[in-house]
Design a protein around this ligand. Sequence first.
Ligand code: ZN
Length: 661
Amino acid sequence: MPITAVRLDDSFWLPRLETNRQVTVRYDLEKCAQTGRLANFAKAAGRQPGDFKGTFFNDSDVYKVIEGASYTLAEHPDLQLEAQLDRLIDDIGAAQEKDGYLYTIRTIQPDRVQQACGKTRWSNLAHSHELYNVGHLYEAAVAYYQATGKRTLLDVAVRNADLIDRTFGPNKGQRIDVPGHEEIEIGLLRLYQATGEPRYLKLAQFFLEHRGRPAGRKRLYGPYHQDHMPVTEQTAAVGHAVRAVYLYIAMTRMARLTGTREGGNQKYAEAVKRLWRDVVTTKLYLTGGIGARRAGEAFGAAYELPNATAYNETCAAIGEGLWNQQMFLATGDAKYIDLLERILYNGFLSGISLEGNKFFYPNPLASDGKSPFNQGSCQRSPWFGCSCCPVNIVRFMPSIPGFIYATRAADLYVNLFVGGSGTMKLQGMPVKISQQTAYPWQGKITIRVDPTAAQTFALHLRIPGWAQGRPVPGDLYTYLNASTKPFTLRVNGKAVTPSLRHGYAILQRTWQAGDSVELDLPMPIRRVLANNRVQADRGRVALERGPLVYCVEGIDHQGRVSNLVLPDDASLTARRRPDLLGGITILEGRALKRPRPEVQKTEGQGKEEQGPGTGSNDPDQPAGRPVRLTAIPYYSWDHRGAGEMAVWLRREKLSRKGPEK
Ligand SMILES: [Zn+2]
């Protein structure tokens, strides 16, 4: 659904979107001005003197803010913001070279570019981000055009895409190469959809086809760039996590756009399903985060999921969220929305402060409150030298309303539970759907269906995996007590037992204006265990309630959480705390405080926090001192000063007879 067809009226997401609109958009623009990112365009246009400032891919940050600002404009006209963007877009247009080339560093100082740029145009595509930058330009141009109807930035994008189309291709005199950082493929597909120009679709396909294929190219870049084998043959998610998911988004979009009509494209659909399975069953953090390794901002090996050193770049969570939305659109399967939901409420949302002006670049699942994991800080930072994450958040946050509903022929999907309404057409007939809910704090959702005239269609309500005793597909994570009180569903007050398919409860009937559906998803507190192959989580347990992953912070536990042990039989209760962290539901109970056994202090892949006997039922262990346990939603951590944090707590199994297995 287009974001303009959806109106939010809830107490969880609406405040975050409003903060994004009123604080983060302006804040990011201001930071782009302060750091010379905006001036680089004026300098390239010859409107301002001076050298290029910053890093060669900084142009992309500006495009991403324009994209995000455009989404907010689409819903909230703001003449002042629009005028500011118009001035900036005028500079961008003037910065573009005559033939369409746009890369401010080379235009400003062609003989003194940074090393990664390569001496001449396109000469170091593995690292120059020349094509990456303009991919974000195309996305921004489409967003700005759709929000305002103005073609100025779209014309800039088209001139640039036409240059790329003349430059790259299989014909004589053209280049065969691919970008080192995927993104232009997504931009081209969006530009194709906005303009109908089939050359852009073909060009996107060209870049996908030549990735991992040596024919006609000087060299392959290797697995860090997902350029080690043809994309349709890749089975494991490898390399730089953001690059990887941007590639998968493009492959999924390509499969959707072309269906089976061009032979090879069904192969994209099959490849992304394999890659998705690899991520979800071996490389996914409980928070939805991906990219375990700091080195190379990359995926780790299967089951390599360390907590304190988890990288989990905010951009990777965003890309993964967008990918899962595309996977849903391609398949109609709710499991992709389950993952999108996990990312939205946890691994993405942790990336930005409640106030909207501080950011995490990595999102670890444990912190000692001292190690500067966040580009030199152990807390959220106001900005980064490489500020991809803050400007990615600003475009992703206002995209969320578009994920709530979907339609296809005579099917209406309710994917996310967010108060508000959506207006759409089903088989040409207008239908309005509204939700009332206190989700994610409560699982009761009241839906009202209002077709303008009685209409027969199927309402698909997503029944989240967590409500069916399954945190994620596969066996990477499981609930300690899988049995769960079943959800209930009522239509106009009468209990119904719907058929369940692809993760949806399906209500097929003739709908009348004012029909109501009540879905009740029980939200018990769940204990989560990781697959035993995840070394960092062995002997540990995590807590979830509804779609939220919880964590514990030092401030609630006299400064220390690494010495907490949670017995399996310790009862836990949920309590609403409207006064805390913007209003949250905390989990409370009794835990034990017990000194940690020998800890191996090896910072690194998968070994940093496991010691012998950790959390096991070693009968020689001291019983520990009972303490009060308070857990808060993971997304809300680090708002009360620097301190320890942990998602995975040491676990004491019910039986003390001896270690299992
Ligand atoms: Zn980033």
